[in-house]
Ligand binder design. Structure first.
Ligand SMILES: [Zn+2]
Length: 121
């Protein structure tokens, strides 16, 4: 193996460590959920309330994690007690996606270097 290849092997080593570090960071966000928190007005919980009759304004605000799933919109109800947790989970999903993008960038560099080594340079 020539000098240039040895340099590339070291560089690959460094990149792999960096990449594996990102995978470890990702564990922090493993509760991630893809979706957007959406507030929707529906009938309130009081069955006697006017909002239960038709054409009345709905006023029972409920939160949902909304996402497209197999071509359909999926809504997961979020009780207000755990609204903050749900927000965090959807934000964590964005972080996971950013980290995956970083991993892909690093792997592209590794791929390129490995290819050059195989070509003998
Ligand atoms: Zn009502």
């Amino acid at each position: 193996m020539n000098q240039s290849s040895k340099c590339k092997v070291r560089e690959i080593d460094k990149l792999r460590k960096e990449r594996d570090g990102i995978f470890e960071q990702m564990l922090k966000y493993r509760g991630a959920i893809r979706g957007t928190i959406t507030g929707i007005y529906k009938m309130c919980s009081n069955k006697e309330c006017e909002c239960h009759s038709t054409n009345r304004e709905k006023h029972g605000l409920g939160y949902y994690i909304s996402s497209s799933h197999q071509g359909r919109t999926r809504m997961i109800y979020v009780p207000s007690l755990i609204l903050e947790e749900a927000k965090k989970r959807t934000e964590d999903y964005k972080k996971v996606m950013e980290l995956i993008e970083e991993i892909s960038e690093i792997n592209s560099k590794i791929f390129k270097l490995e290819k050059e080594i195989k070509k003998g340079g």
